[in-house]
Design a protein around this ligand. Structure first.
Ligand code: FAD
Length: 449
């Protein structure tokens, strides 16, 4: 009989991983603390609960997440099959009836002879020698989070302060200028968007007046002083931002030789420079307000296309590139694997995809095979590049990320226009994913979803 694997947490990642392990013929104990104990955001009793939106985002493969849907379907994903079966009309988004979705995942896992579902809060990390996968999500219960913190040291974060990211091609390069403060590094690592005094004060007023997201009860406003939301800094005084993240010193505009009143600094998000984040701009402004205010008040961003918007929320996540090996096992305790939002992927689909990656890594380990990473140019590969840090420039401050084309290796050759580039990413991924999927040994006879 194959060695049993314990999967802790029956959310998106844990459910997908348990299914993939069972498909590979491995008996699984799936341990989920619900319904006996729930995080402050979970309300349903079943597995794979969507805690907020009922959307798995765009199903169009011209988007990175739509491409990830396609790859997951081809890989026999339980989450995608269950989403397809419980789909509700939502344009090109894959939205679901969340209760039917969770019920279906629960039923399919419960009916799989290789999966034993146990309702129990796991308070300590499973000991060796058996392999275990931890997929307890952004709201991991406290006792287990303490254990994970002891394992990860400074590599475990509890709050997530996310700055918005814009595509490089949507920045007005006639306004932006490349320069690092005091010419540090290679001298032009950052892009700077200059504001004059009147423009700066109009921006600060807009931040103060803008609509904010109300924190959940369990997300009391416990901000770190070094990581305050921009609107909180703006509320503390009209000049606070100009002395903080918008400080212009050492950033004279080379075109005028003069120092602007304030700057918005943009830092590369990927090695290829296809996307930039607004440095220090973590915020609790609502997403529509962020789009409105940044486009209207930040020179150079009038046509900004946002790859990600700013957020601050409770989110337990590991600094995966440091704490985890490429096969998603803990460097310090190789019998423990991690998957889902706790590894620093962001979103329902990405979490399920990460569960699939971890399950395949566990299957490799159990079969005594070397771990085979997904091909870099696929959506699964892009997520893996994020988890290993390969997609990010040196010194990158690891933050949770959705799957976006900025995580893919750059395209080779000329592709005129955005649509052609997206199609080229998708075509390249399709060619590469197939051999990776089909080179695996045949799954066991457990029924497809
Ligand atoms: C408030 C909130 C809103 C969000 N909104 C969205 C959204 O709209 N769209 C989106 O794509 N993403 C959203 N996310 C992110 C979302 O959590 C992830 O996308 C996804 O659910 C993560 O999947 P996961 O499997 O890693 O974790 P989860 O889906 O959270 O699953 C973790 C599971 O582990 C269980 N668990 C926790 N601790 C233990 C323990 N000690 N023992 C046993 N079981 C345990 C939990 O009960 C849970 O079922 C949101 C997150 C939060 C916190």
């Amino acid at each position: 009989m194959a060695q049993r694997v314990t999967v802790v947490g029956g959310g998106l990642a844990g459910s997908e991983a348990a299914w993939q392990l069972a498909r590979g013929g491995v008996p699984v104990d799936l341990v989920e603390m619900k319904p006996g104990r729930r995080s402050p955001a979970h309300v349903l009793g079943g597995l794979a609960e969507l805690v907020c939106s009922n959307s798995l985002r765009s199903d169009n493969p011209a988007n990175a997440v739509g491409l990830l849907h396609e790859e997951l379907r081809r890989a026999g994903s339980l989450v995608l099959a269950s989403a397809d079966a419980t789909r509700v009309p939502a344009g090109d988004a894959l939205a679901v009836d969340r209760e039917r979705f969770s019920a279906l995942v629960t039923e399919r896992l419960g009916g799989n002879p290789l999966v034993t579902v146990r309702s129990e809060e796991v308070r300590a990390l499973p000991p060796p020698p058996g392999l275990a996968l931890v997929a307890t999500g952004p709201l991991t219960s406290d006792a287990l989070a303490d254990e994970i913190a002891a394992l990860a040291g400074a590599g475990l974060h509890f709050y997530d302060a996310i700055a918005p990211i814009v595509t490089a091609e949507s920045i007005d390069m006639g306004i932006a200028y490349a320069k690092s403060r005091w010419g540090k590094g290679s001298g032009d690592d950052y892009l700077n968007l200059p504001l004059d005094e009147a423009g700066y004060h109009a921006f600060v007023d807009a931040l103060v007046q803008g609509e904010k997201v109300t924190p959940h009860g369990f997300e009391e406003a416990r901000y770190f002083e070094g990581c305050l939301p921009i609107e909180v800094m703006a509320e503390r005084g009209p000049e606070v931002l100009a002395h903080g993240p918008m400080k212009p010193v050492g950033l004279e505009d080379p075109r005028t030789g003069r120092r602007p009143y304030a700057v918005v600094q943009l830092r590369r998000e990927d090695a290829a420079g296809t996307a930039f984040n607004l440095v220090g701009f973590q915020t609790r402004l609502t997403w529509p307000e962020q789009r409105r205010i940044f486009r209207a008040f930040v020179p150079g961003l009038a046509n900004a296309e946002f790859v990600r918007l700013g957020q601050i929320h409770r989110n337990t996540f590991l600094e995966a590139p440091r704490v985890l090996a490429p096969d998603l096992s803990a460097r310090e305790r190789p019998h423990l694997f991690f998957a889902g939002q706790i590894t620093g992927v962001e979103g329902y689909v990405e979490s399920a995809a990460c569960g699939l990656l971890a399950a395949r890594a566990i299957l490799d380990r159990l079969h005594g095979r070397p771990f085979r990473a997904p091909p870099a140019a696929t959506a699964l590969g892009a997520l893996h590049r994020h988890l290993t840090g390969e997609a990010h420039p040196p010194g990158y401050d690891y933050q949770p990320s959705n799957v976006v084309f900025a995580l893919f290796p750059p395209l080779v050759g000329r592709h005129r226009g955005k649509a052609a580039r997206k199609e080229a990413y998708a075509e390249r991924a399709r060619k590469e994913i197939e051999p990776w999927l089909t080179a695996e040994p045949q799954p066991s006879s457990s029924p497809p979803p």
